[in-house]
Design a protein around this ligand. Structure first.
Ligand code: MG
Length: 218
């Protein structure tokens, strides 16, 4: 049983609501065949979807096409509502790397019919997250290097500086719409290079210089 987000200093924080942002990198929007959205695309994963470093992603039998999406994850440290971009920093507990595991076939069907993405994005084990690096250990959060490899082969590699909406903008937006609580987190969107994962795969996601996330697919 997971006790919550684990920080690199050994402290923990219970996992709250996990927000996800869709289509936040122009090159990924292009590979999915869409246009950069005028308003953020937001979805939610339940806390039970969380998987800690070293854990297992279980492929559900109701999907035939499960994709990896490597993402910068921001963990919120204090409750907040209606905060500005300029004040966003003080509500950040830290940063991690996560995988927004996605049932691409179910998501495509939901998109086509205008139905919600809850099953495609929020199924059990859909939210692996690395240990969290506290914000006071990070010099500059405007540009991290993110990468993901499957069985040792690099699939995704990008700078988070390429995000359409940056971390501060996302915190301001979500705190206005939903309010945010300590322990909530934001999956900030994936860069290009998403692809299928299969039983037996070993995935390594990296927030270069800060955190690694290893998961096994079953
Ligand atoms: Mg994603």
């Amino acid at each position: 049983m997971n006790t919550g987000f684990e920080f690199t200093d050994g402290t923990t924080l219970p996992v709250g609501t996990m927000y996800g942002i869709g289509q936040n990198y122009a090159k990924h929007v292009k590979e999915m065949g869409g246009a950069v959205p005028t308003e953020p695309i937001v979805f939610i994963k339940p806390p039970a979807a969380y998987v800690a470093d070293g854990g297992i992603v279980r492929l559900p039998d109701f999907s035939q096409n499960v994709h990896h999406e490597v993402e910068l994850v921001v963990v919120i440290g204090k409750d907040c509502e209606k905060i500005t971009v300029d004040n966003a920093r003080e509500y950040i507990a830290g940063f991690a790397v996560g995988i927004d595991v996605t049932l691409r076939d179910l998501q495509a069907k939901a998109k086509e019919k205008g139905m919600p993405w809850a099953v495609a994005k929020g199924f059990a084990t859909s939210a692996p997250v690395s240990k969290v690096v506290a914000i006071n250990e990070i010099k500059d959060y405007s540009s991290f290097r993110l990468s993901l490899s499957v069985n040792g082969v690099i699939r995704q590699s990008a700078s988070t500086g390429e995000m359409v909406r940056n971390v501060d903008m996302l915190i301001a937006y979500l705190s206005d719409v939903f309010t945010l609580r300590a322990g909530d987190c934001i999956f900030t969107g994936t860069p290009e290079g998403v692809g299928q994962i299969r039983k037996g795969d070993r995935i390594l996601a990296e927030l270069k210089g800060y955190a690694d996330l290893n998961v096994r697919v079953e």
